[in-house]
Design a binder for this molecule. Structure first.
Ligand code: 5GP
Length: 138
């Protein structure tokens, strides 16, 4: 049998966490490495490798809780903004292979948040790219 990932161990109570919310399908807790104060993780209790591999109904339940935590962090923690993000596969920075959504409150200071997006569109054919992706979504 393959080894349980760390979030399955948290769900099963084998590893402690600072719990924020729990219902039959979803668990939310503080990330052990707080990028900013209140940095939360929201996960489905059933194991799916990442967002892309998660059935729609479960994904919606996880996102509902992420939205509520973001709202609370603005209202109660005094955050000025919130980043909601989920990494899919190692190439995108995913280190725990169990679907999870980061809810990262943002304050005036940046804390440890380093995600930066820079334009890299030189030489790209945007109409062709849109056509290629779009035709698979029809
Ligand atoms: P990823 O890099 O996969 O998007 O995010 C995984 C997150 O899980 C990291 O931010 C990391 O700090 C967090 N994490 C890893 N192990 C534990 C743990 O044992 N407890 C908690 N609460 N968070 C963890």
């Amino acid at each position: 049998m393959s080894k349980k990932d760390i979030f399955c161990q948290i769900i099963d109570g084998e590893i402690p966490c600072y719990k924020l919310y729990e219902d039959d399908d979803v668990l939310a807790f503080l990330d052990i490495s707080q990028v900013t104060k209140g940095h939360a993780l929201v996960i489905p209790k059933e194991h799916y490798d990442n967002f892309l591999a998660t059935p729609q109904e479960t994904m919606h339940k996880v996102m509902d809780v992420a939205q509520r935590i973001g709202q609370v962090e603005i209202k109660i923690l005094g955050a000025q903004g919130v980043n909601i993000l989920t990494n899919c596969y190692e190439a995108a920075g995913q280190s725990v292979p169990h679907f999870h959504v980061h809810v990262i409150p943002r304050y005036d200071n940046k804390g440890g948040f380093v995600l930066e997006m820079h334009s890299n569109s030189d030489g790209l054919n945007l109409p062709a790219i849109a056509e290629e992706i779009g035709k698979s979504l029809k």
